[in-house]
Design a protein around this ligand. Sequence first.
Ligand code: PLP
Length: 453
Amino acid sequence: MLDVKTESKLDTKVPHLVTPLPGPEAKRILSLDQKYVSPSYTRDYPLVAKTGRGAMVEDVDGNVFLDFAAGIAVCATGHCHPEVVAAIQKQSAELIHMSGTDFYYARMVELAEKLATIAPGSEPKRVHFGNSGTEAVEAAIKLAKYHTKRDKLIAFRGCFHGRTMGALSLTASRAVQRKGFGTLLAGVFHMPYPNAYHGTHGGRPENATADCLGYLENELFRRMVDPEEVAAIFIEPIQGEGGYVPAPADFLQGLEKTCRKYGILLVADEVQCGMGRTGKFWASEHAGIEPDIICTAKGIASGMPLGAIIARASVMNWTPGAHGSTFGGNPVCIAASLATIRLLETKYIANAARMGDYIMKRTADWKQRFRHVGDIRGRGLMMGIEIVRDQKTKEKATEMRDQIVNTAFQKGLILLGAGETTLRISPPLLIDQEQTDFAFDTLESLLTTVEKN
Ligand code: PLP
């Protein structure tokens, strides 16, 4: 029974390792994985997860880890939150599937209403459901083209939007993700992302906003594509896979203005940065912008596969048959999502903001203390720590970053990298100060070791 609290190895705040890593059972599974599972997946280290609760994960050999990756920023409410599990159990005993494309469910409407209400801005919104982030981006591409009757799209270098062919055409994160797949969607243009640490397009960091908006007007619109032909500009308000890089607020505001000027739709891909991770429901809110379409997935249902686009009602004017999905908006995923949003609203978004502030204060002197820490940035519990060879040249230190990620695992801390040289801090939004201190004590000791070498 859910509400009967059982003793568990996971009733702890800090890691507990009982075997060398990987342990014997993990090794057995790894060898089978190597034989049967697609080699396209990118595993950095051999974590073979078995159970999870809160921010803790137990592997198949009984080792307990502290999870600061949350399944790539997915498990917003932690692993197997009792209220999410209860919602899934209840729904799966009542109705697992009917297909929202052909029939109605009360809770699909309830979730659509909720998402429409929490989306930024005052204009009424409508929601289309899919199963993943990449499907949300596909839906946004289709809706933007349908609504504007234009066919060109603009996206940003370094951004990641997914791996299906439409979304992949926007993705410009790593060449390996596009290599071998031939010609992608025509009419997609990429521009530099405003990077306030490295600068943009060779410019000074403090000019990132002006350089980027200037590139759009003076390069892209003048030489490459007439703005009147552009359906949408897709942006991650905080770049995720590209290295946890926030776009400056004045850039996002300027981009919104440019979009309005030319009748271009502004699409915020909040698949990674949305659902409360940044200390507000949407990263767009930090800049006070109102995107025409928001793409969401990952944290929306605590690990159940669900994605959605939330669009201005006036934009979502496609007709029956224009788009749909057999599984999209599955009742069990919707139940998990409603429970997730309740938890986010009542406590975890506030906790993300609080713990994010705490981390920023804790790391305020790291650039003085650690010569390989180039930048610490982000909002709430979406933080990036960029590792560099040299703080002056900002030369990337990918191997050093990878070494930190791998050694953290050996110490029981689950971390992921982002971009070429950044440590990604994306724990479940329920972490407390003790867990945060464990993670950052571990990082301090790993940075000290790296400094010595
Ligand atoms: N958009 C962003 C910003 C993402 O970070 C991701 C995944 O990392 C996607 C889209 C694709 O999501 P999915 O892997 O659920 O298809």
